[in-house]
Design a binder for this molecule. Structure first.
Ligand code: ADP
Ligand code: MG
Length: 255
């Protein structure tokens, strides 16, 4: 089972949109996929067409799983063929304070997911900060995908993120790998974007996915309607691009 944390300490860079549609594309290619929302903003949960704090079995979410009140299996909902969701609630930000006092606080998610069932991929959509929730995701994950918008400030953020990754790997999760960096919201007509992507590729080589996610309004329209891009525009470029990313992710088998 590959557990991928989709990460960036910045918000608004396309983490949630990418996790969601990548999950959809992996599911279409026949993989069993679980999307995990661990962000108190609950955007992934909303994109899946679920309302935070509503519509879930007994109103329970990952929040109660982290509080050890219910098992992950009981909270996971089916989204469509091969795709499941572990939804979040806004209460997660309070929960973060509660679990802060617990013994082994970084390992609560990993522990709670032990009996979540069998999936080929678990994709965790992380909050836009290096919070205890994110560290929990990183301690459970086998891999990281960094979603990055090609802006000058992103390079500074990326260096900090790689440093954090190094610390987590040495101190807490020695098996954690960086499976890749995906550039999103790319405007290929912008020279600056092309230059920054070339710079990132020259520094990080094949860790950077060949596929880049362009800035296209269809992605926002789809998730706004609770649809995956492959449901909203099945035959579009936007869908093919995410399918290509999924192929690259599948190819990057763990060493
Ligand atoms: P994050 O999870 O990093 O905060 P989101 O995925 O929520 O980022 O995206 C932030 C906003 O940008 C949302 O309104 C989303 O619809 C939009 N967005 C995300 N990816 C794209 C894209 N490739 N093209 C256009 N808009 C995008
Ligand atoms: Mg998000």
């Amino acid at each position: 089972m590959r557990v991928i944390a989709v990460l960036n300490e910045k918000g608004g860079v396309g983490k949630t949109t990418t996790s969601y549609n990548l999950g959809g594309a992996l599911a279409i290619s026949g993989k069993k996929v679980l999307l995990v929302d661990i962000d108190p903003q609950c955007n992934l949960t909303q994109f899946c067409g679920l309302k935070p704090n509503d519509n879930f079995p007994g109103d329970k979410t990952i929040n109660e799983v982290l509080l050890d009140q219910i098992s992950a299996k009981e909270v996971i909902v089916s989204r469509n063929k091969n795709l499941w969701v572990l939804p979040a609630s806004q209460k997660l930000s309070d929960t973060e304070h509660i679990i802060y006092t617990k013994l082994g606080r970084e390992l609560i998610l990993a522990d709670a997911m032990q009996d979540c069932g069998n999936f080929d991929f678990i994709l965790i959509d992380c909050p836009p900060s290096l919070s205890l929730l994110t560290i929990n995701a990183l301690c459970f994950a086998t891999e990281i995908i960094v979603a990055l918008q090609p802006e000058p400030a992103s390079l500074v953020g990326l260096a900090k993120l790689l440093d954090t990754y190094g610390k987590i790997k040495t101190r807490m999760n020695k098996d954690l790998e960086i499976s890749g960096i995906v550039c999103s919201m790319v405007e290929s007509g912008k020279l600056l974007h092309r230059e920054i992507i070339a710079d990132i590729r020259s520094k990080l080589g094949d860790r950077v996915f060949q596929t880049v996610i362009p800035r296209r309004v269809a992605y926002t329209e789809a998730s706004g309607q609770g649809k995956l891009i492959n449901e909203y525009r099945p035959k579009s470029d936007e869908t093919k691009i995410v399918a290509n990313l999924a192929k690259e992710v599948i190819k990057r088998k763990r060493k």
